[in-house]
Design a protein around this ligand. Sequence first.
Ligand code: ADP
Length: 273
Amino acid sequence: MHYFAGIDIGSTTIKIVLTDEKELLVADYVCPTGSHFHKHTVAAFNDVLEQNDISKKNVSYIFSTGYGRKLFKEADDSISEISANAVGAGKIAATVGKVSTIINIGGQDLKIISLDNDGHVKNFAMNDKCAAGTGRFLDMMARNLEVDVDELGNHHLNSTGVPLTINSTCTVFAESEIIGLLAGGSGKAEIIAGIHYSIAKRVARLSKRVGSLGDVIFFDGGPAMNQGLVQAIEDELMQKIVVPEKPQITTAYGAALIARETFLYEDGSYVDG
Ligand code: ADP
């Protein structure tokens, strides 16, 4: 049996996906990247193999992707996270339709990727170096509000008041603004909803740079697990968006699919479809 690995070394988390010859996802794994990219990736890869009782020699091809992809020398090849994301999203959403746009929010970036009819990257826009609108922004706001990041969505959806307006996009100023709102007696849930709408407005603004979003908008990356943020983005774009069951691993899955295809081509046994 051949297995194929996609390893997405992001700024915040390492994601590993293993697929079999039939493109079936057989294992997925997420852990923090930390400061030792290489050491943690090697440990994570060994863990996922051990947990799934798969021998390293049966992993026929490995593609790394993401921010730290070049540091994992054990990979057979590497690919940009934008290309791997496009492949993963296209496959996951195949039953819904052809993905026209991907919104990807990671730990430190926000990307809007526009795809053509064949699922290839047509255009993309990315936030500047600032953390506004990223997972890090959400992490810091959650810390200020003494709420776990995975609880932000529930707070938002359970809020009964009007979402508050958060004017500052800069993380540092937004922190002071939130502390001010809390001191003024504003409710946490309404502040959280306001934070989500401020990110959603940023997404909508960045989207304008890539042109028309088309009919199938796919949202992935860790913050796509936040249902409040999903709702805020749908409201701002005035369109339903597709969120996969495991939005954090789409790019790693795409890299694993590319690993499989590359191996089968080299092996001479690739059959499309
Ligand atoms: P990267 O690929 O850039 O390392 P990820 O796509 O893994 O980043 O996203 C990391 C971010 O996802 C975190 O900073 C956090 O804000 C968010 N996140 C992680 N887990 C959850 C969760 N269970 N619910 C909501 N948000 C989450």
